[in-house]
Design a protein around this ligand. Structure first.
Ligand SMILES: [Zn+2]
Length: 268
C-alpha cells in the first residue's frame, strides 16, 4: 500500500516547488481563510508553470486543508484553514492502523488526560463545567462514559491538547465496545467520573488531575486482568464489519458537527 509520503515523492518536483511557494505565502502573510489566490489560469500564465503542475500543486495544498477550490462564476482558489476534526480523525486512523497496543494507548492517555482535566478545572466556561457534570450525573451507560472524556477534550483550552485528545476520544469510542464492562465496572466508572466532574465544577485542578490519573490506571488494570494490554487497539476485523454503518455515538460533541464515520461499535 502506497503511503501519502510515497505518493508525494512521486509528484514531479515542479508541483512541490509551487506548492511550497504558495504554502509559504499563505503562512508568512497569514492570509485569512476566504482570501482568493490567483486563479488556475493566472497561476499558469504568470508563474510559467504548466496547467498539470498547477493542478498538482493545488491538490497538495488542498490535502493540507490550506486551500479550497470554489466552483462557479465567482469561484477561484480560496485560502482555508485545516479542520482540527479532520486532523483528529487522521490521527485516530493512524493510531488504530499502526501496531499500537492498548498499553501504548494508555501511556498516551495517562500523559495527557489528567493534565487536560486540570486545565479544564482552571479555565473552562460555566457552561462546559455544567455539561461535564450533567454527563457524569445523568449518562451512566457506556456511550455516556465515552462522551464524558470527549466533553473534557472539547473544553480543554489548549488547541494542541484538544486536537490530540479529539483523536484519542475517537479511538476510545471505537474500542470501547470490546471492553466487556459489567454492571459493577460501570458503577465504579460512574463514581470516579462524578469525582472528576465535581472537582472540575469546583475549579479544583489538582483533585481533577489526580482523579483522572487514578481512573485511567484502574482502567488499565482492568484491561491487564483480561490479558488485553498487548493486543491491538482495535481488532482489524472491526474495520471489515459489513454492519459498520451501525448508529454511532455522537462525535466530538454538541457543536452540531456531522458525526465522523468509524468502524462498527457493535461487536456482538
Ligand atoms: Zn472514564
Amino acid at each position: 500500500v502506497e503511503s501519502t509520503s510515497e505518493r508525494r515523492r512521486r509528484i514531479p518536483k515542479a508541483a512541490d516547488l509551487l506548492a511550497d511557494r504558495l504554502r509559504q505565502r499563505i503562512l508568512a502573510e497569514n492570509l485569512p481563510a476566504g482570501t482568493f489566490l490567483l486563479s488556475e489560469p493566472e497561476l499558469v500564465s504568470q508563474l510559467g508553470f504548466s496547467r498539470a503542475t498547477v493542478r498538482q500543486a493545488l491538490s497538495l495544498l488542498e490535502a493540507d486543508g490550506l486551500v479550497y477550490a470554489k466552483r462557479g462564476p465567482n469561484g477561484g482558489i480560496m485560502v482555508s484553514r485545516p479542520d482540527p476534526l479532520h486532523l483528529s480523525r487522521s490521527l485516530a486512523l493512524q493510531f488504530t492502523l499502526s501496531d499500537a497496543t492498548l498499553e501504548d494507548l494508555f501511556v498516551l492517555r495517562k500523559m495527557n488526560e489528567p493534565r487536560a482535566a486540570a486545565i479544564v478545572a482552571e479555565t473552562a466556561s460555566a457552561r462546559s463545567r455544567d455539561e461535564i457534570l450533567a454527563c457524569a450525573t445523568d449518562e451512566c451507560d457506556l456511550d455516556g462514559h465515552v462522551r464524558f472524556h470527549g466533553l473534557i477534550a472539547e473544553a480543554c483550552d489548549n488547541v494542541l491538547l484538544r486536537t490530540l485528545l479529539g483523536a484519542l476520544h475517537e479511538v476510545v469510542g471505537w474500542h470501547s465496545a470490546d471492553e466487556h464492562l459489567d454492571a459493577r465496572d460501570l458503577e465504579n466508572t460512574t463514581r470516579i467520573h462524578r469525582t472528576i466532574a465535581t472537582a472540575i465544577a469546583e475549579g479544583r485542578a489538582s483533585v481533577a488531575e489526580r482523579a483522572m490519573l487514578q481512573h485511567l490506571e484502574l482502567f488499565e488494570e482492568h484491561l491487564a486482568r483480561q490479558g488485553r494490554l498487548k493486543q491491538p487497539i482495535l481488532p482489524p476485523a472491526r474495520w471489515a464489519d459489513p454492519e459498520a454503518s451501525a448508529p454511532r455515538r455522537e462525535s466530538l460533541g454538541s457543536n452540531g458537527q456531522v458525526p465522523l464515520e468509524g468502524p462498527s461499535g457493535n461487536n456482538s
